[in-house]
Design a protein around this ligand. Sequence first.
Ligand SMILES: [Ca+2]
Ligand SMILES: [Ca+2]
Ligand SMILES: [Ca+2]
Ligand SMILES: [Ca+2]
Length: 289
Amino acid sequence: MKKIVSVYLIVAIIMVMSVLFVSPSAVCADSYRIAFMSMRDGNAEIYMINADGSNPVNLTKNPADDRLPAFSPDGKKIVFESSRDGNDEIYLMNADGSGQTRLTNNPAVDFNPAFSPDGKKIAFSSERDGNFQIYIMNADGSGQTRLTNNAAGDGYSAFSPDGKKIAFTSERDGNCEIYIMNADGSGQTRLTNNPADDRGNAFSPDGKKIAFYSDRDGNDEIYIMNADGSGQTRLTNNPSEDQYPAFGRTDSSTTTGTATDTQTTTTAAPDDNVSVLRRWLRIHNPYSI
Ligand SMILES: [Ca+2]
Ligand SMILES: [Ca+2]
Ligand SMILES: [Ca+2]
Ligand SMILES: [Ca+2]
């Protein structure tokens, strides 16, 4: 009996010791990470942290502004925007910050990159042809093609989960409305239609819904609609600003609903003096200008 107790004691000690000597970073090695923009070093840099906030790493480390990080679907790459070469361009890097490569190269602002669900394409906004339009390119920067072409600003492109559609925000009809098009730019269709500003479009994981925000009821609220524009429904109702919805799945470990009025920190640009950037930001956030 004494021997059995001793064995249990040794096993228990080993278990306690193994827990004590596993570092938090090792525990989190296979969990998710969060990339974001931070001004903590005096200029905009892209940082990575573990999901628990530990181990912040500056991935960009240069005196210019680096911002708007977006992961590739496999989590191995991060596309972002930087002014390091004199104007805003789209760059790609490995998720550890290595291999930083410029994908666009022109004197106008290139901005707001988003990976397609298969990781092969990147949609972005550019002012290279005179005003902000939506473009698409291969993930290596080749084949840059304009998808929208009109006198108003177009931006905030978001791929549908199947990669066949892109939802975006445009002012082409006099105020911000949500539109949808095929990923080749064809079939551009307006989904919202009212005198207020509708923007911040985000697809649901099943592609059937689009969340957005609008001030149609007096101040910014979160709305949801079917991907064809039908069934527009307000989800929030309060006198303060509710913006930038982001979808998350509901599972047994969380009670979070589908569309939430989460403030998206990764798309918030810092205060800066780039007038063209501020013009474009009106599509994103009227309070930034
Ligand atoms: Ca920087
Ligand atoms: Ca540029
Ligand atoms: Ca509108
Ligand atoms: Ca509100």
